[in-house]
Ligand binder design. Structure first.
Ligand code: AHR
Length: 330
C-alpha cells in the first residue's frame, strides 16, 4: 500500500503529540501506522563484510525516514530465514528484503509473499527460482564477474609456461557468492593447461573454518604441497587460510604464495599494502541506500530494474595509500 513518505517524520510527530499534551495511545498508533514496515531477513553475521552489510541496511530504515524495521538474523540457517519471512507475511509488512544464504529452496516462501501482495527485494546474493516475477529486484554483486576480474589479473601476472597450483578456499557452498567465484575459477582452469586446482576446501566464509580446513588439509599430506596461488572466496577465509599456511612454514604474498581475495575490507587492503595479499577484489556491502531508494521508487509507483549491480573494482599494492584505506567505510 502506498504511504506518505517524509510527510512528517514519525518521531517528530510523536514528539509533537506528546508536547501538545494529546499524545494518547490512539494518536501514537496513528503515527506508527504511517510508517512503512520493512522486514529484513539477514542470513547471519559470518564475516566483517556481513557486519558492514547489516549496518548499511539498518542505517537507512529508520523511523526518522518513515520506516519501521523488523530485522531478523538467521544465524546461517536457511530454515530460520524461511520462518522469518513467513512471520513477516503474517505481520503484513509492506516490504520484505531477503539476503539469501543459498540460491535454492526459495520457491514456496516467495510464492507465499507474492500471494500476499508483498514486494520482495533480494539483497547481496541471488536466488534461483523459475518465476522471476516472485521478486521485485536483486540488488547486489555480480559474483561471476568478480571471479572473472580475479582470473584476468592472474593471467596477466603469471608465467604462461610455468605450472600454477591453486588452493581454493570456497565460500558457503550453494551461495551465489561461492557459485559465481568458483565458476570463474573453473572456466579459467579449463582454458589454461598449466593451471591446476590442487584442492578445494570449504571455508564457509569464516576465518575459523578456513583456518581449520587448511590446517586439516596440510596435516593429511605426506609431502608439503606446492601452492602457487591461494584463491580465497572472501577476506575472512583469506585471513584464516594465511594464518594456517604461515604456521606451516609457507610464505604468503611477495616471494611466496600469490593470495587472491574477495571483499576488499579495510583489513584486507592493509594486508595488500603490506604485501601479504596480492589482489583484493571489491564486493560492496554498502547497499542499504540502494535498497531504500528502491522501496521509495516502488512507493511512488515505479518499477525497479530486475538486476541492480554494485560498482566494484580490484586493488593491488601499487594502487593503495594509507589515506585511502582510512577513508574506507568497511
Ligand atoms: O555474499 C557476499 C559474501 O558473503 C562476502 O564476500 C562475504 O564476506 C560474505 O560472507
Amino acid at each position: 500500500m502506498k504511504k506518505l513518505l517524509f510527510k512528517i517524520p514519525a518521531l517528530a510527530l510523536c514528539a509533537m503529540l506528546f508536547l501538545s499534551g494529546c499524545g494518547d495511545r490512539q494518536q501514537t498508533e496513528e503515527a506508527e501506522r504511517d510508517l512503512i514496515v520493512v522486514g529484513v531477513s539477514q542470513l547471519g553475521a559470518e564475516s566483517e563484510w556481513r557486519v558492514a552489510n547489516s549496518e548499511s541496511i539498518k542505517s537507512v530504515f529508520t523511523e526518522e525516514k518513515g520506516y519501521r524495521l523488523l530485522f531478523d538474523d538467521a544465524r546461517q540457517k536457511q530454515e530460520n530465514q524461511i520462518l522469518a519471512v513467513r512471520k513477516f507475511i503474517q505481520q503484513r509488512v509492506d516490504y520484505i528484503v531477503i539476503v539469501p544464504l543459498y540460491e535454492t529452496g526459495w520457491d514456496s516462501v516467495l510464492q507465499e509473499a507474492h500471494a500476499a501482495g508483498i514486494p520482495v527485494i533480494l539483497a547481496d546474493r541471488m536466488v534461483s527460482v523459475e518465476d522471476d516475477s516472485l521478486y521485485a529486484t536483486h540488488i547486489g554483486s555480480d559474483f561471476l564477474h568478480e571471479g572473472e576480474l580475479a582470473m584476468q589479473w592472474l593471467e596477466r601476472n603469471t608465467d604462461p609456461e610455468k605450472p600454477l597450483r591453486i588452493l581454493d578456499i570456497k565460500g558457503t557452498s550453494g551461495s551465489s557468492a561461492q557459485l559465481g567465484r568458483t565458476a570463474a575459477l573453473y572456466s579459467s582452469v579449463e582454458t589454461h593447461e598449466n593451471w591446476e586446482i590442487i584442492a578445494q576446501l570449504d571455508g564457509d566464509f569464516t576465518r575459523a573454518k578456513a583456518y581449520s580446513v587448511v590446517q586439516g588439509y596440510l596435516s593429511e599430506q605426506n609431502e608439503k604441497p606446492y601452492i602457487d596461488v591461494l584463491y580465497c572466496e572472501n577476506d575472512d577465509g583469506a585471513f584464516g587460510a594465511i594464518q594456517a599456511l604461515e604456521e606451516a612454514g609457507y610464505v604468503c604474498g611477495e616471494n611466496g604464495i600469490t593470495v587472491i581475495t574477495f571483499d576488499a575490507t579495510r583489513a584486507s587492503l592493509e594486508a595488500c599494502m603490506e604485501g601479504t595479499i596480492s589482489l583484493a577484489v571489491e564486493c560492496n556491502p554498502l547497499i542499504g541506500p540502494q535498497i531504500e531508494a528502491t522501496v521509495r521508487l516502488i512507493e511512488h509507483g515505479g518499477t525497479p530494474a530486475k538486476r541492480q549491480y554494485a560498482k566494484e573494482k580490484c586493488f593491488t599494492r601499487d594502487m593503495l595509500t594509507e589515506t585511502m584505506i582510512e577513508k574506507r567505510q568497511y
